[in-house]
Design a binder for this molecule. Structure first.
Ligand SMILES: Cc1ncc(C[n+]2csc(CCOP(=O)(O)OP(=O)(O)O)c2C)c(N)n1
Ligand SMILES: [Mg+2]
Length: 299
């Protein structure tokens, strides 16, 4: 990746923090509703907000995204509200948003299947002479699925502009990522002839710049790319997963101490990029999401 910008502007910083805070608030309300039995299942994105918001914002609004099932913060960036996001998990609908309007396809619970959908979509776009970049989100565990090998190979052979965004949160349910593969995820992509990067996401701004670089590479070359975002899953795999049974207490304590949302909030506050008034407005926004969610599912 060359010619990376070295900083993000203040508006981008504020927007990133706003999306991260709203995603955290919506996620927390969904957890509460699930605890009350109003939502059947929830797969929290807690801890992954920086990776998701930074990548989604770097990708921009025009690109079609194929998500997995945990990209709630990406959905928030795409303008999907808490009610739309949770409706599927409350058994109300197959998809709580308009995939075409938001350019955000329905969640796929069949691990890795969306990678083939994304590559097929990109090929179809080219056949329609509408060549455009397509983005697909997947997890570390998904990269061991045969579908991902097929998708990466097809994308490379067809030379279509698909950006694979892999959130490596360290776990595929209870299987740690270091036990899932002998090579790194980025190396796997290179084996298929796909340019790849592996970046940390503790700093959302750095993650944003790296993702913007990956996006530019895919857009300008018209070829696939893969960016591995190293992140942390703070909660269990799902609301049915007692993750403290298989996770080390020190790992969980470190995750809580390095919470990307709290750290970024503190950083922008002490730098004067945001102030208490600005944060209070975001709190009101979160409350509005929560109220609407309780109204829709809470009784
Ligand atoms: C084809 C398929 N195999 C297995 C499962 C069961 N399953 C659901 S999530 C998951 C782990 C996926 O891990 P990862 O790709 O790292 O994503 P994460 O949940 O960590 O976001 C598995 C094995 C499934 N839903 N679909
Ligand atoms: Mg994972």
């Amino acid at each position: 990746m060359t010619d990376l910008a070295t900083s993000v502007d203040v508006q981008t910083s504020r927007a990133m923090l706003r999306h991260m805070l709203v995603a955290r608030g919506v996620d927390a309300e969904a957890v509460r509703l699930q605890n009350q039995g109003r939502v059947d299942l929830w797969l929290s994105c807690r801890g992954q907000e920086a990776a998701q918001v930074a990548s989604a914002m770097a990708i921009g609004e025009a690109t079609t995204i194929f998500p997995s099932y945990r990209e709630h913060a990406v959905a928030i960036v795409r303008g999907i509200d808490g009610v739309g996001l949770v409706a599927q998990w409350a058994g109300k609908t197959f998809c709580g948003w308009n995939p075409h309007r938001h350019r955000f396809f329905p969640y796929t619970l069949v691990v890795a299947a969306q990678t083939l959908h994304a590559v097929g979509f990109a090929i179809a776009r080219r056949l329609q002479s509408l060549s455009e970049m397509v983005v697909v989100y997947l997890g570390d565990g998904a990269t061991s699925e045969g579908d991902v090998s097929e998708a990466m190979n097809l994308a490379a052979v067809e030379q279509v502009p698909v950006l694979f965004v892999v959130q490596n949160n360290g776990w595929a349910i209870s299987k740690p990522s270091h036990e899932q593969m002998r090579t790194s995820i980025a190396e796997r992509a290179r084996g298929f002839g796909i340019t790849s990067w592996s970046v940390p996401t503790e700093d959302p701004e750095l993650a944003y710049l790296h993702c913007a670089g990956a996006r530019e590479h895919v857009e300008t070359t018209g070829t696939p790319g893969l960016i591995e975002l190293r992140t942390t899953r703070t909660a269990g795999h799902s609301s049915s997963d007692a993750h403290t049974l298989y996770r080390d207490e020190h790992e969980l304590a470190a995750a809580a101490a390095n919470d990307p949302v709290q750290l970024y909030r503190d950083r922008l506050l002490s730098a004067g990029v945001v102030d208490d008034l600005w944060l209070a407005e975001i709190d009101r926004d979160i409350e509005a999401h929560s109220r609407a969610m309780v109204e829709a599912f809470g009784r």
